[in-house]
Design a protein around this ligand. Structure first.
Ligand SMILES: *Cc1c(COP(=O)(O)O)cnc(C)c1O
Length: 224
């Protein structure tokens, strides 16, 4: 199989697994969107994915995303780029200009920088707050116990358009309780978007209410 058919087949397979997982959970198939995580993937796989109807893409670094997408964004006006990795405050303006959504808002200083950048840019991407559901020392994100206060602060003090929550469960734990916790915190704060689930656990995430799953290697193959 050539790369174009290979990528199209991989996407069709993931979409059908998403549909099955939604159906068994009694959820509408359209309630779950697929974010194709294109970080560290070669151009030929990106272009093969763009030959399908896939338009939501996730990247974890601002500079890498600029290099990969600046030109392609002008060719595909319906692209939706999401930043799913950590953002330094001094790159907030670049990120606000490039991305349609930033899923990794994880601290007050960044909320302030994003509010400032949005004013300068005259636009604000959709924002998701990243929670560190496993309270891991090395991982970014707001601790679950501080989530309600931070969501309020981001909305009220910084006037930011917070659409939902994102999490990356600890690698060595069953993800279900982390997904359940994220869903519970989102529900009590009236947040609709839940970005959770990756190649190995997106079906579980869908059972717990994911509205976006972030799939990289299962779609594109192993990263280079
Ligand atoms: C890389 C990455 C993914 C995709 O991981 P796969 O296991 O390749 O599907 C999802 N979310 C985040 C935040 C990532 O950094």
């Amino acid at each position: 199989m050539d790369i174009t058919s290979e990528i199209a087949a991989a996407r069709a397979s993931i979409l059908s697994r998403i549909a099955d997982a939604a159906r068994v959970s009694g959820r509408a198939v359209e309630a779950v969107s697929l974010v194709a995580v294109s970080k560290q993937q070669p151009d030929e796989r990106i272009d093969a994915m763009l030959a399908t109807a896939q338009r939501d893409f996730g990247e974890n670094r601002v500079q890498e995303a600029q290099a990969r997408w600046a030109e392609r964004k002008t060719q595909f006006s319906d692209l939706r780029l999401r930043l799913i990795g950590p953002l330094q405050s001094n790159k907030a303006l670049d990120a606000v200009r490039l991305f349609d959504a930033i899923d990794s808002l994880d601290r007050p200083k960044l909320a302030a920088a994003l509010a400032d950048a949005a004013q300068k840019a005259g636009r604000c991407p959709e924002l998701l707050i990243q929670l560190n559901t496993g309270e891991e020392g090395q991982k970014a994100g707001i601790a679950p116990g501080e989530a309600d206060a931070f969501i309020n602060q981001a909305r009220e003090a910084y006037n930011l358009p917070i659409a939902g929550l994102m999490c990356i469960p600890p690698a060595d734990e069953a993800p279900a309780m982390h997904f359940a916790l994220l869903a519970k915190i989102a529900a009590r704060n009236g947040l609709r978007e839940l970005s959770m689930g990756m190649s190995d656990d997106f079906e579980t995430a869908i059972r717990f209410g994911a509205t976006q799953v972030r799939v990289g290697s299962a779609l594109f193959g192993a990263r280079g």
